[in-house]
Write a protein that binds this ligand. Sequence first.
Ligand code: GLP
Length: 261
Amino acid sequence: MEIILQPDATAATFLAARVIAREIRRKPNLVLGLATGRTMEAVYAHLARLHREEGLSFAACRTFNLDEYIGLSPDHPASYRQYMNRHLFSKVNLDPKKTHLPDGAAVDLEAECARYERCIMECGGIDLQLLGIGRAGHIGFNEPMSALRSRTRDKTLTRTTIEQNAAMFGGDANKVPRRAITMGVGTILESKRCLLLATGYEKAGIIAKALEGPITSRVTASALQLHPHCTVIVDNAAAATLEDTDYYRWIFQNEPEWQNF
Ligand code: GLP
């Protein structure tokens, strides 16, 4: 795991966008795993700008989102499909047929989860998975106690997550669905590369647990410690309670891979 500290949220989200852009330029038909949440809005804005100003092309990319709320149809304004349309899909040259999210309105959820896993496999697996972290320590919607080998399935959301995401439902926690379909921790760990991004003081406590604490299903982001190629980008606020920041800075300054960034 490499941990990269950036001075603020703008620098952190821009670096994340440039990592994604570099992977797309290296492999134009990249299979890109996408995440939602407020943190990612700036990443998608940077990617849209790189598309407009530098000709970054998504034409051959395939995308898979981590999760979707159960009970929301793809045209519901608070669905993650609509979030993605608003923030990325409508702003770049992605082929809509190559963008995938679980169908939260599926009647047979088990069949939908199996279909999603199959679809990822048929595309050759995810090359780069972008991840945020919830206050409950989740990646995707893998809430505390999710099996670290779990696959795509339906999960009940914690109260913490429901409150955290209420803003997207007009601030009304009662409107937030109680359940979601999410890629499993095991599914995420099979991605060839993971990129975790966190910004702001409200993430500092959970980031310290996930990165420097023990690997535990209570904080599913901690499972990323097992991943052979995981890059974590945090701003100084989200890094506020990490212990080994001097070491992370030293590594970043001395890694040849990062010299061009
Ligand atoms: C939701 C998503 C997560 C994401 C989290 C962070 O819960 N399912 O994948 O990491 O939001 O949200 P934010 O960036 O708004 O803090």
